[in-house]
Design a protein around this ligand. Structure first.
Ligand SMILES: Cc1cc2nc3c(=O)[nH]c(=O)nc-3n(C[C@@H](O)[C@@H](O)[C@H](O)COP(=O)(O)OP(=O)(O)OC[C@H]3O[C@@H](n4cnc5c(N)ncnc54)[C@H](O)[C@@H]3O)c2cc1C
Ligand SMILES: *[C@@H]1O[C@H](CO)[C@@H](O)[C@H](O)[C@H]1NC(C)=O
Ligand SMILES: *[C@@H]1O[C@H](CO)[C@@H](O)[C@H](O)[C@H]1NC(C)=O
Ligand SMILES: *[C@@H]1O[C@H](CO)[C@@H](O)[C@H](O)[C@H]1NC(C)=O
Ligand SMILES: *[C@@H]1O[C@H](CO)[C@@H](O)[C@H](O)[C@H]1NC(C)=O
Length: 458
């Protein structure tokens, strides 16, 4: 009887203990807490770890990697990178891949199968399409970019900001007669929305000297074609207890003199992280930062961002011929650029019959609308090609990478927006990295993030 009572009492204590543990958040200490485990956040975490700092990464998704998406074919285990594919052959990328045991080679950015040009809006193959020869125009474009060495890592603009940098790229192309280079530059600028309307500054940032060099000498490409391996290996290096997946920041307090306090909802309960420094590696849109204690300066800057939209996926059962890549062109449009919102193209992959789809828009759509438009485009093309089939195209993978490009207006740029943005580094113990602070290009973002490390570790 007594022992039964004791057991009941013990059970009650245990229950109370468990409830109390669940109610009082776990306290965690770290040198640096990093929000966002995509390209920049994971790089920052691995580098800081290797510099002897303790780090915690907070990632809302169930994996690290951000824009890096790898599909594993269940039948063959063939991997297809339908997100980030290629990198630049620069020292920071080589060092990072060596650190993470990722074998790589230098090669041109390939595509599978044969390329056919088509107007995918109309569903018509353009059999006689001849792309312009970009050689001379690319050289002239490169000479223009080279005038702005401050755009190498981060937005460091001349003062006053030259008109050339803030004019729409379409106008810049006309001014310097660069038309023959537009198609190839735009091909490396997927996700930029209305390409010719983008400010020249944003094209220079994204398609700068390093991109031109890689076009000529080759990209750095992991030989396994399994870019998720980068993030799997980084996860191992950091340790599973240092990476909080499926986790959301609930609140932050950065008004202490010497540290920040970040409260995070994780699958195993609330954690309060006390850290010396905070690294933000997520898109700084206000709606993504509602749970952060932004001050007036941060709010007034982030309020100004508008964003484009970019979607990627893999589709099977298309009924289209195997090993054929369709590049979307609109011969009636300037420089034959594809009509958006719409597909950039349908790309053959290492798995015959599986098509890589890339879809872009100036503004965001619901995923269902994007998917429906992609399926309709495939059916329109095959119908016009006279292909008789009742195969139903089906997504085997799909990801929205929206918001993609965050930009501000020419007037904002002229009135010193990027000087004010750069001045946020270190403010309130917080450092900012990611595509918005440099460019959506993984290797260049690692290089940019590297420039912040001395400040973060100071
Ligand atoms: C389809 C596609 C193909 C691309 N191909 C290439 C390529 O071949 N080569 C190349 O160099 N670049 C490529 N890019 C560009 C890519 O390198 C960059 O966009 C890069 O991923 C940007 O890094 P980032 O760290 O800013 O953001 P991301 O890599 O997007 O990482 C942001 C991370 O933060 C997380 N997050 C967001 N909000 C929160 C929040 N509130 N709380 C917690 N976590 C949050 C996200 O889930 C994500 O994991 C491609 C992009 C796309 C979409
Ligand atoms: C695919 O990988 C899994 C896990 O590594 C393995 O068990 C399976 O045998 C592999 N399948 C093929 C076809 O190689
Ligand atoms: C890398 O960053 C440095 C600044 O530390 C910059 O000078 C250099 O141009 C960058 N490299 C590339 C390839 O952008
Ligand atoms: C943040 O911390 C400071 C200093 O301890 C405290 O005064 C303030 O109330 C806290 N803010 C919030 C929102 O909890
Ligand atoms: C497509 O390419 C694959 C791999 O190169 C090959 O096995 C297959 O036969 C090709 N299909 C057609 C229809 O040519």
């Amino acid at each position: 009887m007594a022992s039964l009572f004791r057991r009941m009492l013990h059970g009650t204590f245990l229950t109370l203990f468990v409830i109390a543990a669940a109610l009082s958040p776990e306290e965690v200490e770290a040198d640096v807490v990093i929000i966002g485990g995509g390209s920049s956040g994971t790089y920052a975490a691995v580098r800081l770890h290797d510099l002897g700092k303790s780090v915690i990464v907070v990632e809302q998704d169930d994996v690290l990697g951000g824009n890096t998406n790898t599909y594993v074919d269940p039948q063959t285990n063939i991997t297809i990178d339908y997100g980030v594919v290629v990198f630049h052959d620069i020292l920071v990328a080589q060092n990072y891949f060596n650190r993470l045991n990722i074998p790589f080679a230098i090669a041109p950015m390939g595509s599978y199968g044969t390329t056919t040009f088509a107007n995918l809006k109309e569903g018509e193959v353009i059999a006689n399409f001849v792309p312009s020869n970009p050689t001379n125009a690319l050289a002239a474009y490169g000479a223009q970019v080279a005038q702005y060495p401050g755009l190498g890592a981060g937005f460091f603009l001349p003062n006053p900001v030259p008109e050339d940098l803030v004019m729409p790229f379409g106008q810049f192309v006309q001014k310097y007669n660069l038309g023959d280079a537009v198609q190839i530059i735009a091909g490396f600028a997927q996700g930029y929305g209305d390409f010719l309307e983008q400010m020249t500054l944003n094209i220079f940032m994204g398609q700068g000297l390093q991109v031109l060099e890689s076009m000529q000498t080759g990209f750095l490409i992991p030989v396994h074609h399994d870019n998720h391996e980068i993030y799997d290996n980084a996860f191992q290096v950091l340790g599973s207890d240092k990476v909080l997946l499926k986790s959301k920041v609930v609140s932050t307090n950065r008004s202490f003199a010497d540290h920040v306090e970040v409260t995070v909802q994780t699958p195993s309960g609330l954690k309060v992280i006390n850290a010396n420094k905070l690294v933000m590696a997520i898109p700084p849109k206000l709606d993504n930062l509602v749970d952060f204690d932004l001050d007036g300066t941060e709010q007034s800057l982030f309020l100004q961002f508008v964003n484009t939209a970019y979607y990627t996926g893999l589709v099977r059962n298309t009924g289209l011929p195997e090993n054929t890549t369709y590049q979307n062109v609109d011969v009636a449009a300037p420089y034959s650029l594809p009509d958006l919102p719409g597909l950039y193209g349908l790309g053959a992959t290492a798995i015959p019959g599986l098509l890589d789809v890339k879809y872009g828009s100036q503004t965001a759509f619901f995923d269902d609308a994007v998917k429906a438009d992609i399926i309709a485009t495939i059916i329109r093309l095959r119908t016009n090609l006279g292909i008789q089939t009742d195969e139903e195209p089906e997504f085997v993978a799909y990801n929205s990478h929206t918001p993609f490009r965050l930009t501000v207006s020419p007037d904002d740029v002229k009135s010193g927006f990027y000087d004010k943005l750069n001045a946020l580094q270190g403010h309130l113990h917080t450092f900012w990295t990611g595509a918005t602070f440099d460019t959506p290009d993984s290797a260049l973002l690692w290089n940019f993030t590297e420039t912040l490390l001395p400040l973060i570790t100071a």
